[in-house]
Design a binder for this molecule. Structure first.
Ligand code: GTP
Length: 344
C-alpha cells in the first residue's frame, strides 16, 4: 500500500514559527513532526510514502537524506506552484496504481489505518474519509453520514443548528486510483470543496470511517503546544512518555539546585543553571542555555535558545536561535525573531 502526505501549505496559521522552518519539520518532543506521520504509516504496512511537497521542499529532502531507518521508500514530488489538496495528489498520479492513502501533513493521529482499509473494502467505497468527533465543529468541515456510514452531506463551518453531526473531516482518506482520472491536471483543486462534493452529487460511494483514536491538527501555535503536552501525558499510543517522566540527555548538565517538575524532556548539550525552575510540561531542544533563576512553565524551546537570568516563560514556544532577555516575563507567546526572507 502507498500513501501520499500533503506537505504543501505555507503554514500560515503556525506563524511566526514557520518563518524559520516548514510546518512539517517543527519539532515535536524534539523530533520533526513529519517523522511521526511517516512512522505511523510504516507501522501500518505502508511501504512507499510519496511526499507531495510545495513550500520550501529542501527543508524536508535534506533532512531525510540523513535519516535512513524509516523502513519505507520515500518519494519526493515537488510542485512548482500550489495545486491544492486534490491537485497535489493528481500531480503524483504516476506513482499510484492501486488503492492509496492520503494524509494531510499537519495531522497527528493514532487512527488504525488497517481497520480503516478493511472498512473501505467492506463498504465497496470509492473514497473513505476518516471522521473524528469534536466538541465545537463550527471551525471545521462537518461530514454527515447515514446509518450505513455513507456520506450524505458536507457542511463547511456549520452555524449553530445547521447540523446535528459533530464528526469532522480528519484529513485522512483512502481513495481508489480511478478517482484520479476525474481530477483535472495542473489546476488548483481541493478534495474538500471540489472533488468530494462532486462525487457525492454523482452518487459515487463515499463513506465516513468514524474513529475515536487520538487526533489533532497541529496547525496553530495553541494546537502545536497541545500536541506536545498530550504526548507528554501519554495520550498517544505512539509515544511512550509518561506524566511523571523527567528525561535529560546525558550530554546536558543540570545544576543540583535547579528544580524540575515533571513531565520534562531536555535534549543534548543544554545547560540548566542554578535556581532554574522547569515546571512541566516543558520540552527543551538541543543546545539551549537557561540562565540562573529562570522559570519555564508549560513551554517548548527549540534548538540553541538562550533564556536570560530571572526571566519567566509560561505557555510559550520559542523557535531556534532566539534569545530571551534577563528578567523578561512572557506568557502565551510564539517567539521567533527570524524572518522568512533570511531563511529561504
Ligand atoms: P497551511 O497552514 O497554510 O498549511 O494551510 P492549512 O493548514 O489551512 O491547510 P489546508 O487545510 O489548506 O490543507 C490541508 C493539508 O494539505 C495541509 O497539510 C497542507 O499543507 C496541505 N496542502 C494544502 N495545499 C497544498 C498544495 O497545494 N500542495 C500540497 N502538496 N499540499 C497542500
Amino acid at each position: 500500500m502507498k500513501a501520499i502526505i500533503l506537505v504543501g501549505g505555507e503554514g500560515t496559521r503556525l506563524r511566526p514559527l514557520t518563518y524559520s522552518t516548514v510546518k512539517a519539520m517543527v519539532p515535536v518532543l524534539n523530533k520533526p513532526f513529519i517523522e511521526y506521520v511517516i512512522r505511523h504509516l510504516v507501522n501500518h504496512n505502508v511501504k512507499e510514502v510519496i511526499l507531495a511537497l510545495g513550500y520550501k521542499p529542501d527543508a524536508i529532502t535534506n533532512h531525510f537524506a540523513d535519516v535512513h531507518q524509516l523502513d519505507a521508500r520515500l518519494v519526493y514530488n515537488v510542485e512548482a506552484r500550489p495545486l491544492g489538496t486534490a491537485g497535489a495528489v493528481k500531480n503524483a498520479e504516476r506513482y499510484i496504481d492501486e488503492t492509496f492513502f492520503v494524509l494531510n501533513g499537519d495531522v497527528f493521529t493514532d487512527i488504525n489505518l488497517g481497520d480503516m482499509l478493511q472498512f473501505h473494502k467492506n463498504k465497496g467505497a470509492k473514497v473513505t474519509i476518516a471522521l473524528t468527533p469534536v466538541e465545537d465543529p463550527s471551525r471545521f468541515g462537518v461530514v454527515e453520514t447515514d446509518s450505513r456510514k455513507r456520506v450524505i452531506r458536507f457542511i463547511e463551518k456549520p452555524k449553530p443548528g445547521q447540523s446535528t453531526s459533530n464528526m469532522i473531516n480528519a484529513g485522512i482518506y483512502i481513495i481508489e486510483s480511478d478517482i484520479l482520472r476525474r481530477i483535472p491536471a495542473g489546476r488548483y483543486i481541493m478534495f474538500e470543496h471540489d472533488i468530494f462534493p462532486a462525487l457525492l452529487a454523482e452518487g459515487e460511494p463515499v463513506f465516513g470511517y468514524e474513529t475515536n483514536a487520538y487526533w489533532i491538527d497541529m496547525g496553530t501555535p495553541e494546537q502545536y503546544l497541545q500536541l506536545n503536552r498530550d504526548l507528554m501525558f501519554g495520550k498517544s499510543t505512539q509515544v511512550q512518555f509518561r506524566e511523571q517522566d523527567i528525561c535529560i540527555d546525558e550530554q546536558s548538565s543540570v545544576h543540583p539546585e535547579a528544580k524540575l517538575t515533571a513531565p520534562i524532556l531536555v535534549g543534548r548539550d543544554c545547560i540548566i543553571s542554578h535556581g532554574v525552575w522547569l515546571k512541566g510540561p516543558v520540552v527543551i531542544g538541543a543546545g539551549c542555555r537557561i540562565h540562573d533563576g529562570a522559570i519555564i512553565s508549560n513551554s517548548i524551546l527549540w534548538q540553541d535558545v538562550t533564556i536570560g537570568a530571572q526571566a519567566s516563560l509560561e505557555d510559550c514556544i520559542v523557535a531556534s536561535n532566539n534569545h530571551i532577555e534577563d528578567k523578561a516575563h512572557i506568557a502565551g507567546a510564539a517567539i521567533n525573531k527570524a524572518r522568512a526572507t533570511k531563511q529561504s
